[in-house]
Structure formats: structure tokens, C-alpha cells
Design a protein around this ligand. Structure first.
Ligand SMILES: Nc1ncnc2c1ncn2[C@@H]1O[C@H](COP(=O)(O)OP(=O)(O)OP(=O)(O)O)[C@@H](O)[C@H]1O
Length: 327
């Protein structure tokens, strides 16, 4: 690939774990192949989704890409550097955002966290000021700069974290669940910012998320990993086709009724007056709702989009990983 910024070739990470077996004193050693021979390249300026079920090996891959973990085998290059060996140099070329924890100083105002980050990344003053002004403006951080991080809402804190990761103009940004727990408005704001960042600054982004809407709105390419192996590399549309994914209509009825029987959907769960109906993700929900409303006393309803676990589970159920899937 021309101008590949991230290159993995047969990358492996094997953990040795000790497990208690049988008697209290007997312990056995076991190997966990968290990353089991992964190869891919990401070109400069790409924005790629890196997804998979819990325990698939996503975090382990990201930890190797940032140099926190040393690979057990294979080859790895980020911005031409060996992450584990050249971690300090690499730090200045990458930014990392974890949705589940902050890299900001909890008790300090946002402004002070940024000053500390500037020193850590050795960003020269003029560049720091320019970047800071731009990020504060784009992420709407102005009124928040003097607020201690602990007082920020989750959405505000996330925007604060994203700014911190970008103050030193990294070539690559790793985002781990950047919209987790955010309300709809905050999610839209974060996604909008990331889209502009990628388009205008050409920042290469590797995004890990359980929210398929993040991928839908941001990434043209998605990679699916499971049991440490790359299962799919291609467009999201190809993935949902393979998974023949389904959406779920959740209906609340006036009273408990037998499972609804309706064309175009199948009832998958009944709990008191609430019922869950699965229908093809590509089908419109409106005619289905109309058919149900004709025959059942409907009080309320909502629609659940498929999440990545569902899509991958369906992919396995159907035993199909053909097309652009990686064998
Ligand atoms: N330090 C470690 N020691 C032993 N096993 C580990 C270690 N870190 C991860 N693992 C194992 O490696 C596998 C992959 O874990 P990893 O955290 O990379 O998955 P993940 O895809 O990031 O999952 P999640 O979505 O839950 O964060 C799991 O089986 C996990 O238990």
C-alpha cells in the first residue's frame, strides 16, 4: 500500500496465564492467543473502524500499536517506527483517547491539563497556542477551560480528552469507544468533529467502538476481529450483508398476550406485556408497526439497531465469511 502509516504483518500477542486446576494447589499454565496473526495496512488519511466482540483482541492490538505491549511475533510499524522499541519517539506522532477513562488531571482545570500535556509532548509555545485556539473553538471548550475536570459532564470531558490528544498534531489518532455513554447530541458533536478532523487535517484514525452508527457515519472501511484473528476487512455495507443483520422492534402492549404473529418479523422474546420482534435491518419498520397496531392494543414502541455483537453472531450462525471476508 502506498504511504502506509500503520503496517501489521502476522502480528501476535500470546499471554501466559496460570489457572487453578482441580486441587487447590495445582495450577496449570495456559496460553491465551489474544492476537493471533493479524496483517493489515492503513494508509495516511484513512479512517478505519476496528471492531469485534468483547475479548476479541482489540485493546491488545491497540496496546501494541502504542508501544505499551511488546508483540510476541510478527512485524509492526507505525509512522515508520517500531512502537515498542521507539515508544518515546512514537508518542509524539500518535494521540490516544479512551472513552472509559480520562487522560486529563481530575482535580485540575482543563486549561492546566493542557499546559501539562504541552510539556509532556514538548510542543513549542507558538504551535501549542495555535492548536489550542483551534481545538477550543471547534470543540466548544471556551467556557469549560477553567472548570476542574471532575466537574465536567461526560460529553464535555470527552471533548476535553479529544483536544488533549490532538494538541501535538499527531499523524495517527486511536479512539477507543469515544462515544460510549454520551447522549445523542454529544455523540453527534463528537462524530462531526472527527469527520472534519479527518477531512481537513488528514489525520489517520483507528476507531474501536461497539456502536455501529459511529462506524456508519465515520468509516468507509471496517475491520472485524474475533478470537485474535481478522475476520473481515472492507465496507460496512458488505459486513451487514454477510451478517444479514436484523433490527428489533420492542412493543409494549396494553396487556399480556401470546407471541405476536405477523408477516415480515418473528417474535423473539416476550416479557409480560412487552414483546421483541426481529425483522431484517434493510426493511422499513413502518408497515410492520401498522400491521401490529391493526391487531394488537399498542401502547408504546421503540426500535433497537443491531450492535456489532449481533452482526458478528449472525455471521457465525450463517457460517458465511465469504466475499471480502478475510479467511
Ligand atoms: N494481560 C493479560 N494477561 C492475560 N490475558 C489477557 C491480558 N490482556 C488481555 N488478555 C486476554 O486476551 C484476550 C483479548 O483481550 P482484549 O482486551 O484485547 O479484547 P478486546 O477485544 O479489547 O475486548 P473488550 O471489547 O472487552 O475491550 C482476552 O481473552 C483477554 O482475557
Amino acid at each position: 500500500m502506498q504511504d502506509a502509516l500503520i503496517e501489521l504483518d502476522g502480528l501476535e500477542k500470546v499471554f501466559q496465564v496460570r489457572r487453578r486446576a482441580g486441587g487447590r494447589l495445582r495450577r496449570t499454565r495456559e496460553e491465551v492467543r489474544a492476537v493471533d496473526g493479524i496483517s493489515f495496512e492503513v494508509a495516511r488519511g484513512e479512517m478505519v473502524g476496528y471492531i469485534g466482540p468483547n475479548g476479541a483482541g482489540k485493546s491488545t492490538t491497540i496496546k501494541m500499536l502504542t508501544g505499551i505491549l511488546t508483540p510476541s511475533g510478527g512485524r509492526l510499524r507505525v509512522a515508520g517506527l517500531d512502537p515498542a522499541r521507539e515508544r518515546t519517539r512514537l508518542t509524539r506522532r500518535i494521540g490516544v483517547v479512551f472513552g472509559q477513562r480520562t487522560t486529563l488531571w481530575w482535580d485540575l482545570p482543563l486549561r492546566d491539563s493542557y499546559r501539562l500535556a504541552r510539556r509532556m509532548y514538548r510542543v513549542e509555545e507558538a504551535r501549542f497556542r495555535t492548536n489550542m485556539d483551534r481545538l477550543v473553538e471547534l470543540l466548544g471548550l471556551g467556557p469549560l477551560l477553567d472548570v476542574p475536570v471532575r466537574q465536567l459532564s461526560l460529553g464535555q470531558r470527552m471533548r476535553g480528552d479529544i483536544a488533549a490528544a490532538l494538541l501535538h498534531d499527531p499523524d495517527v489518532l486511536y479512539l477507543d469507544e469515544p462515544t460510549i455513554g454520551l447522549d445523542v447530541t454529544s455523540k453527534a458533536r463528537v462524530r462531526g468533529f472527527l469527520r472534519d478532523l479527518n477531512r481537513e487535517q488528514g489525520t489517520t484514525v483507528l476507531l474501536t467502538t461497539h456502536d455501529l452508527t459511529d462506524i456508519e457515519q465515520l468509516c468507509r472501511r471496517v475491520m472485524v476481529i474475533d478470537h485474535g484473528r481478522l475476520m473481515y476487512d472492507g465496507a460496512l455495507s458488505g459486513l451487514t450483508e454477510i451478517g444479514e443483520s436484523e433490527r428489533t422492534l420492542v412493543v409494549d402492549l396494553e396487556r399480556e398476550l401470546p407471541p405476536i404473529e405477523v408477516a415480515g418479523a418473528r417474535t423473539v422474546r416476550v416479557e409480560g406485556p412487552r414483546q421483541w420482534l426481529a425483522f431484517p435491518a434493510s426493511a422499513s419498520a413502518a408497515p410492520l408497526v401498522a400491521r401490529i397496531a391493526e391487531n394488537c392494543p399498542l401502547v408504546d414502541l421503540s426500535i433497537r439497531e443491531p450492535d456489532i455483537e449481533d452482526v458478528i453472531a449472525r455471521m457465525y450462525e450463517l457460517g458465511r465469511t465469504g466475499g471480502t471476508a478475510v479467511g
